[in-house]
Design a binder for this molecule. Sequence first.
Ligand SMILES: *Cc1c(COP(=O)(O)O)cnc(C)c1O
Length: 365
Amino acid sequence: MSIIPFANSNVYELVAYQPGKPIEETARELGLRPEDIVKLASNENSMGPSPRAVEAMQQAAAGVHIYPDGASFALRSRVAAEHGVDFSNTVVANGSSELIELLGHALLRPGTQVIAADYAFTLYPIVAKLLGADYVSIPNRDKWTHDLDAMLAAITPQTRLVFITNPTNPVGTMVSQEELETFISRVPEHVVVAIDEAYIEFAGLPTDSVKLVKEGRNVVVLRTFSKAYGLAGARCGYAITSPEMADLLNKARSPFNVNSFAQVGALAALDDKEHIARSVEMVCRGRRQYVEFFEQLGLEYVPSHTNFILVNVGNGVEVFRQALAQGVIMRPMAAYGLHEYIRITIGNDRENARCIEVLNEILQK
Ligand SMILES: *Cc1c(COP(=O)(O)O)cnc(C)c1O
């Protein structure tokens, strides 16, 4: 007896999202202590969360027998104030991953189409396929940068959603405000453009995608507390969009999607701008160290606007395995078809030094 013939074939055929290898699992396998593992695989903030967020979450623990505020009123109000938009322009969710899924629920069904760039976040095709939509991946311009003209040309009457990841993951490149505005002004009105800004705090080019929401464009700006804010474990992200679109997303979510800790942690984190500034400074310093090292070894890399860097090491999976054996976790890129590459999250000074030491040993052999 098997349930498979009766299951939703969209789900059955999915390949589940592959996260970075967890620290505990790696420590167990290698017989090391978790403290000895350097994890540079999931673009987390090695500086940790803001101490203010930690304190707020600790205080919230005693009240955890009460359901969280289902409307996330305080956090949505704070997000609205942060961006100079109305409460009705905001949605908060269990990570921006949930927002990506909600966009799918709101817009996709069999016969519709999603467009994204090559090497995009693997959750986009998962959500598209889950909902029976077609997923169209557009080759980049100069291999690494979104080709917005080609993405525009790929739009059909069936297209409902286009993802622009800015800066991109796992590549690290960006499109400029001007390119973005030109693109958005040419997108037909049956298409929603999701601008996923998971790494915007690290970006070297100034952009203002919320301006496009204010102008009434069909745009959903996605932000997360998982990367620069250092709250990946709390699970919180938000969207800025039209009241109409926000309403659709809010209808599609589950009633208490953002837990009590995430709500107060994110609220406190938004107030600690110094922590973000220090984190960005750490990443910029680390990025320079990696670039210097790659140039010494003559390795091809992609200049990055994010807290990670993509580098050609010849055989990505093999280098990943050898580094893993020494307790350094990076991300092989074979799942993206980039077999020669690994993606390294920029960590703190100690982690970067260890990673460079291990890579140097492996690559000099
Ligand atoms: C990390 C990441 C996210 C955010 O994920 P969360 O669910 O908020 O933790 C979204 N988009 C991209 C491109 C990412 O890399």
